[in-house]
Design a protein around this ligand. Structure first.
Ligand code: PEP
Ligand code: MN
Length: 347
């Protein structure tokens, strides 16, 4: 439920309401607006009634949040949320700050996996030169087969940190388990939770406890409601910097690796204030389809693009078939800028 405070209500009234909510058994999430303060009271609402909450001093009205996800909902926060990644004193101050959720559309690029120092540095410089805003590569890889390349683990994180030093690009990398969260959080400007872990509730909760922003990918068989409830696990832990990413879903089709659900982008943007990214690389799994679907993602309102780029895709240890070469990426960036401009955005 949303408690809307009267204009001119005092800080003491808000603090009192927060205490009262905790006593009742609900968790307050306070949003201090310019004109009004509102508190989202989340938890099992059977512990109270709207009348009881309306009687708290300073409260003007109590509104229900009809969606099952609360903090992620547009009912609570009607306007898009913007936040920066990079440059946080808690993480690593040297990276450039990049804003997600605004009119600028950041491109997050890099190889699927960190394969080695020179591979990563080469691609980091190249994607930066082409206009990428952040570098993404996996050091911990979630692989279908235990015999496939599993990633360089902490050594990979060290190369990522070095690439950030060299280019200023903030780094995004996947964390696979709750136990790894402190280690990955020490290196990464933003933690990626991958499709296979979208409903790993312990991992979601662990990422809710850290300062690093989170890029949560859509589970390959998740409905939008399940997806937003997964984001809610991170938000309710107090980490408000969550962005979502459509990366294709499992269907009967086999001309693609995944079916890229483009309509999920405008649909999610109606339901949530969180930034929505698009990943046409995993979304198609086919290199020759990636440029068209990237252009389409920009056109349909994505707040960011995630794309796999490698100096030599044919030799990539993971996901080569969907990975662009540096030249292909440079060409695509130019095309996308023109589309962004046509819809009043920049890239
Ligand atoms: C990746 O980003 O390389 C990855 C493993 O993505 P997903 O979780 O979407 O499959
Ligand atoms: Mn990949």
């Amino acid at each position: 439920m949303i408690l809307v405070f009267k204009a001119g209500s005092t800080r003491e009234q808000v603090t009192h309401a927060e205490e009262r909510l905790r006593e009742i058994g609900l968790e307050p999430h306070t949003l201090l607006g310019v004109e009004r303060t509102v508190i989202a009271a989340v938890g099992d609402e059977r512990v109270t009634t709207a009348e009881e909450l309306a009687s708290i001093p300073g409260v003007e009205k109590v509104l229900p949040i009809l969606a099952p996800y609360k903090l992620a909902s547009r009912e609570l926060i009607p306007t898009p949320t913007t936040f920066t990644i990079g440059g946080d004193s808690e993480v690593k101050p040297c990276a450039t700050r990049v804003t997600f959720g605004g009119t600028f559309i950041p491109v997050v690029a890099g190889p699927c996996s960190v394969e080695g120092r020179s591979q990563l540095l080469e691609v980091a410089h190249a994607v930066k030169e082409a206009g990428a805003s952040a570098l993404r590569a996996g050091a911990f890889k979630p692989r279908t087969s235990p015999y496939q390349f599993q990633g360089l683990a902490e050594e990979g994180l060290e190369y990522l940190a070095e690439a950030r030093e060299a280019t200023g690009l903030p780094i995004i990398t996947e964390v696979l388990t709750p136990t790894d969260v402190p280690l990955v959080a020490k290196y990464a400007d933003c933690l990626q939770i991958g499709t296979r872990n979208m409903q790993n509730f312990l991992l979601l909760r662990a990422c809710g406890q850290v300062k690093n922003p989170v890029l949560l990918k859509r589970g390959m068989s998740a409905t939008l409601e399940e997806y937003l409830l997964a984001a809610e696990y991170v938000l309710t832990g107090g980490n408000k910097r969550v962005m979502l990413c459509e990366r294709g879903i499992r269907t009967f089709e086999n001309y693609v690796r995944n079916t890229f659900a483009l309509a999920a982008i405008p649909a999610l943007k109606e339901k949530t204030h969180l930034p929505i990214l698009a990943d046409p690389s995993h979304g198609t799994g086919v290199r020759s389809f990636v440029p068209a679907m990237t252009r389409a993602s920009v056109a349909c309102g994505a707040d960011g693009i995630l794309i796999e780029v490698h100096p030599n895709p044919e030799k990539a240890l993971t996901d080569g078939a969907q990975t662009l070469s540096i030249k292909e990426f440079e060409k695509l960036m130019k095309e996308c800028r023109a589309i962004a401009q046509a819809i009043g955005r920049t890239m």
